[in-house]
Design a protein around this ligand. Sequence first.
Ligand code: XUL
Length: 517
Amino acid sequence: MPYALGIDSSTQSCSCIVIDTDTQSVVAEAAVNFGECLPQYKAPSGFIPGGSEGEVHSDPLMWLDALEQLLGDLKAKCDLSKVIAISGAGQQHGSVYLNDRWPNCINNLDTKESLSTQIAPCLTRDTSPIWMDSSTSTECREIAEAVGGDSIVCSRSGSIAIERFTGPQIRRFYKTSPEAYSQTARIHLVSSFLCSILCGAEADIDTGDGAGMNLLNIQDWDWDTDLLEATAPELIKRLPKVAQGSTTAGKISDYFIQKYGFASNTPITIFTGDNPSSLVGMGASKPGKLVVSLGTSDTFFAAMPGVVADPQGCGHVFGNPAGGSMSLQCFVNGSLAREEVKDKFGYDWGQFTAALINTPAGNDDKIMVPFFRPEISPRVDLKAPILEGSDAFESWQDADAAIRACVEGQFINMKLRTDWMQLKPEVIYLTGGASKNDAIAQVAADVFQAKVQRLAVSGSVALGASLRAASHSLGLDLDEMEGQFCKPEAGSTIEPKAPSDAYKSASKVIEGLLRKR
Ligand code: XUL
């Protein structure tokens, strides 16, 4: 019974899964919601509310208390001495700032004290900026200017300088708290921080999470000297090394062996970011499969056949934990836009679906750029959609056509914006709330001309971590395991019905309208 453990430290909770690779089954799952289980941190949604100037921080000690609660819960559910491979993932971009006592501290943890009590004296910054932080516009500009512009930052690091990315966050810390910066001996990502704690030794940053920092060169997958210099002085000595996802970080430390009953010598594979881990957990670590998550905002990610950066500077390139690279692109106008169109006509979701069914693919050339708020893919400052078609349609008198135009417009824009990734999609894995809707899935299949499947996976981030651990430490074939653990829901496949050129002219119109903005 070889068990593999995958841990996911995300924005709102810390969760995990234990899989049995012999029987290809899930042995146990556990989750600790930060807001509910650790109310003392006053972070009901996982971050400290009320930050000024766009600051959004979390308490790294909360992540440690959650990890301990999680392992305590898990120990009651399964025999942790049977776990023979461990890995994990963290919310991307978040960073932890530590002094020179840190390496010794994690190497000598005492089971009589909690992790948080012992790590607290190692922090040079009490709280950690996370991915929701938007306080670093000035720093982004400074970094871009220093290296010759955003297109250079993008071609080197895979993304233009972005507020939530770790490099600009480090620069802001250096500028606002130079004293604390000088006392900082090590800066970890959430992923490498937790991995270090579990190993009792410094863990490397993997290329998946590392590429979310604006510091990593995606051509040679190592720190970029110019970007480091543009960010903060003597940064290289404060950062861990970079390594490919299939790297052993170390063995589980005595603290966890004694306290939770892990077997000694259990290997830990370096952690990655939540999105790269989800790529594996969705069964999409090989090129040819796209993952589209329909949520508040829509997210698109995929393993890439090569390493190219988005020439328009909207998308991101990260390392693929299974080797090579992956892309990620976010669309602000996701479910909220679908909801606004629905509400405009007082429809419920049943009527929304009926509208999609009752209207033809291509929508008789009634076209919408469906942005109700400023979009980031592409960057346009719209506050209301642009409509082009009949008079009734343009004056919001044609409810069914407006609903189809919204969903078609979203997927057409998604396809246009992700062309740079040079993907040849065979299958789209649709996830997130709206993915259950067959009519929406049909539009995705028609626009991308690829079959759409919904997976029966929940918690793809933790699952991806357990698969990575099993593949790397137990030598199991990742592709085969993805086939076993990431199966499509029965009857969930939707084939394209519309002809391949159904969206040719609408794509041109949408591109034209966007170019004018
Ligand atoms: C990706 C991003 C988020 C975080 C939190 O760039 O900011 O998806 O990884 O999930």
